[in-house]
Design a protein around this ligand. Structure first.
Ligand code: OAD
Length: 240
């Protein structure tokens, strides 16, 4: 399977990667849908912590939860998969991850599309335009926008919110015009992001899936490799 995937990639001119929480799991960042304590959504309620309604009901808890995730992120390092991808500046890396591990591994910012935003930035909840970089190791407490006094919040996409239009347009265009897409560590359960796999397939791209288990992306895969991203990704993208 690995040989077949390497063959496909070496015959492909435009390659995009589409990643999820499984890419960062070996760095020590929890995923969402893994069973037990490894998956955030088995311990926490998504609609209370990651929705505008949850934020309106209890902003203190939502900010505290993101700030906890930020301090976790401050204490981890990119893994071998991030490093291998970061070195491939000829590929566009579309990620659902709100961490900065691809960038910390050396990926140029312009080479990474964050479909679900980023925890490294806070923004005005009313979207007046004010944004501020946050220190992951010492994130700011709940506060108001200095421009318009609306609450500040992490610049991530919550359930029920639209994806950042620029990121979505760039991701959709790249997916619809690539020769191959490598899908890494995602349950492919959250739309519209997961729909990019279908967009690429529809456009005739080969789909290579690397995941710890079979997922909704399995049926779209030309090649599926069940395994850990940190072991498999470098073997696919590092040989040239
Ligand atoms: P999920 O937690 O849904 O899926 C992660 C996938 O990675 C699972 O299928 C795991 O089996 C797999 N996995 C775990 N460890 C792995 C490893 N070391 N190597 C390879 N695969 C591994 O995470 P996402 O698909 O990213 O959105 O979730 C999508 C979105 O749902 C997130 O961006 C987030 C969440 O709710 C929002 O918060 C809007």
């Amino acid at each position: 399977m690995i040989e077949r995937a390497v063959e496909i990639l070496s015959a492909s001119r435009r390659v995009v990667t589409f990643s999820g929480a499984g890419l960062s799991a070996e760095s020590g960042v929890p995923t969402f849908r893994d069973a037990g304590s490894r998956g955030l959504w088995s311990r926490y309620e998504p609609m209370k912590l990651a929705s505008p309604e949850g934020f309106a009901a209890d902003p203190e808890t939502v900010i505290a939860w993101y700030n906890w995730r930020r301090t976790v992120l401050a204490g981890v390092e990119p893994n071998a998969a991030h490093r291998a991808l970061a070195a491939r500046t000829d590929m566009l890396h579309i990620t659902q991850n709100v961490d900065d591990l691809l960038e910390r591994a050396g990926a140029p910012a312009d080479n990474v599309v964050h479909l679900h935003g980023s925890m490294t930035i806070d923004r005005c909840h009313r979207a007046c335009g004010f944004v501020e970089r946050v220190e992951l190791a010492s994130p700011p407490p709940r506060r108001l926008c200095p421009m318009c006094a609306a609450p500040m919040r992490p610049a991530v996409v919550w359930f029920g919110e639209s994806l950042p239009p620029e990121a979505w347009t760039r991701a959709a265009e790249a997916s619809g015009s690539c020769d191959a897409m490598i899908v890494i560590g995602t349950s492919a359960a959250v739309y519209p992001a997961a729909g990019l796999i279908g967009v690429a397939r529809q456009a005739g791209a080969s789909i290579i899936v690397i995941n710890a288990e079979r997922t909704d992306a399995s049926r779209l895969a030309d090649v599926e490799i069940i395994g850990l991203a940190g072991e498999i990704v470098p073997r696919l993208v590092s040989p040239r």
